[in-house]
Design a protein around this ligand. Sequence first.
Ligand SMILES: [Zn+2]
Length: 293
Amino acid sequence: MSIEKNRFAILLFLLVLILINLVVYAKLSDLTGSVKELDDLKSEISELKSKLNEITNKLNESSKPPVIIIRIDDVRDYEAAEATRILIQFNRVNHVKMDLAIIPAQFGRDNATLGSIRAAIIDGSEIIVHGYDHENLKMLSIKLQAETLRAARDQLSTLNLTSTIFAPPFFTYDEGVFDAMRASGFDTVSGYIDAGGPTLEEGGVYRFPATVTMADYVNGTWMRIDLNQLVGKVNLSVGRYGYAMILVHPQEFMVDGRLDADRFKVYSDLIREIQGLYSFNTISGYRSWSSGE
Ligand SMILES: [Zn+2]
């Protein structure tokens, strides 16, 4: 009898143990379930937050007309390439799109610079063609001009880069360049405003010049223009032409072979100053925006 009793007690004990375990297990799984739910909720909230941020940014951006174009000329390997890369890096961080005017004969072997150009393109910037080897096209026959432009395009296409925009070196070109451009597949010429405002030339080439320079090249040195003057020029250009294309040369940020912090500060201050009123665009982007495409 006592053995039976013991057996019963042990069975009862085991049963209670199992019950306790079940309850603990149920509670635990409940708890882990709610932790998981909490995690899901958290990630949903952060997703919503980033979506809200995105929408706010877009709203802010859309209220600012995308009429500022930054054109960086003389993009090439090694020569002032450190300044080129720092400009690109700064612009990318600040959501500034750019037009990068490449000298194809002097470009493509410096991986750091090439990588930086590719990253900028992914972010919405574009490249443009700055001669083949920085030639003065005015000195060449129309046939040679066309050959030069074709060589430039071919060289860039070996790097999977392409553009139909031509920025003539020294800002110089004559009427002949339009024939040369058409013959080699270019549709836009971007010189400097001195040669006349934006217009569609006969034969369909679009002339779209830079309107503001960051510095003036006088007797072999880059003369700085102060911030207030630059902001004034940008506003004047937007008022007069509907856009401002700011021309930047990486060389102007180099003093004695080193990057000059003071000069770079003028650039970063300018960007911050105009960022309050306008947003940035590329030549192609501006063209479709202004024609309502
Ligand atoms: Zn140049």
